[in-house]
Ligand binder design. Structure first.
Ligand SMILES: [Zn+2]
Ligand SMILES: [Zn+2]
Length: 286
């Protein structure tokens, strides 16, 4: 069973609940561990990142909650980094999630997970309408960033699929597209074989996506390469904390995995713990 979520946002970045509300909801769900992963600062500033001047207050709040709820739940203090680290030292955090949310060219910055129209505009403006060129750039940036940061977790691998339900934007069955994604996976695994790939249900909650990231062909490729996977909710509200974890575990199992990882806090440190996936253990304890 999955009794944790280590991808959690709060009002300190773009989440809707306070850290303490998230902790209390996680305890009510029977979680053993909750990992916070605020969006670290970016240059230029993005509306969904933490204000740099609030970082000390945020860190103090996480420490307070770790002490206050020590006998009820393990709390991890992580960070989700994007594109550059902006002076943040990843070593100061229990775990690091590496992500690419933006594609950029000179002064043009597009959040690929904002809306379908923003992604279309991004494709038109930067790539002349060529979706394969967009995918090539996105996967190259993602693999490069993950290899550079060597994070605990590689975030929502194929985030550009967010609005591509039923091929609405591009053909993700195109072998040329799939080769770009699997090549990125190979680069990452060659450079950091122990990284955890998250099977992320965030867009299932937030915009009704039918499947978690990554898409099944990519998940199958990761399984063949011996990659490690972790289920995360990318939760921005208390009611998303374990959303569609049963679907995520189904996808993981159908890709051929027999093991899923969770982050746990042991002697003050975050470690990845393996759990066997068994048919009888889908879902989480309620
Ligand atoms: Zn993210
Ligand atoms: Zn996130």
């Amino acid at each position: 069973m999955v009794h944790s979520n280590c991808h959690t946002h709060t009002v300190f970045c773009d989440g809707k609940n306070t850290p303490e509300e998230m902790v209390r909801a996680a305890i009510d769900l029977g979680f053993t561990c909750l990992g916070f992963s605020f969006h670290g600062p970016m240059t230029p500033d993005a509306v969904w990142t933490i204000r740099p001047e609030r970082m000390p207050e945020y860190a103090a709040e996480i420490r307070r909650l770790q002490r206050l709820y020590a006998d009820r739940i393990e709390i991890l203090h992580g960070i989700e980094l994007d594109r550059d680290c902006c002076g943040v030292d990843p070593a100061n955090y229990d775990f690091v999630i590496a992500a690419v949310h933006q594609l950029t060219k000179r002064d043009a910055h597009f959040d690929v997970d904002d809306t379908a129209d923003v992604l279309r505009e991004c494709c038109r403006t930067i790539y002349g309408g060529d979706w394969l060129a967009l995918a090539a750039d996105y996967y190259d940036r993602f693999a490069s960033f993950v290899c550079r940061v060597q994070p605990t977790i590689a975030a929502h691998f194929d985030l550009i699929e967010k609005f591509n339900e039923d091929g609405a934007l591009f053909d993700s069955n195109d072998p040329a597209y799939q080769a770009l994604a699997t090549a990125a996976a190979d680069r990452i695994l060659d450079a950091c074989p122990d990284v955890l790939f998250e099977v992320n249900t965030g867009a299932m909650y937030r915009c009704g996506k039918k499947q978690p990231y990554p898409t099944l062909f990519l998940l199958r490729h990761l399984q063949k390469r011996g990659a490690r996977v972790i289920v995360t909710a990318d939760a921005h509200t208390t009611d998303a904390l374990c959303f569609a974890f049963d679907k995520a575990l189904e996808a993981i199992r159908s890709a051929g995995f027999d093991t899923v990882y969770e982050l746990r806090r042991t002697e003050g440190k975050a470690i990845a713990v393996a759990t066997a996936i068994r048919d009888s253990e889908f879902g989480i304890r309620n």
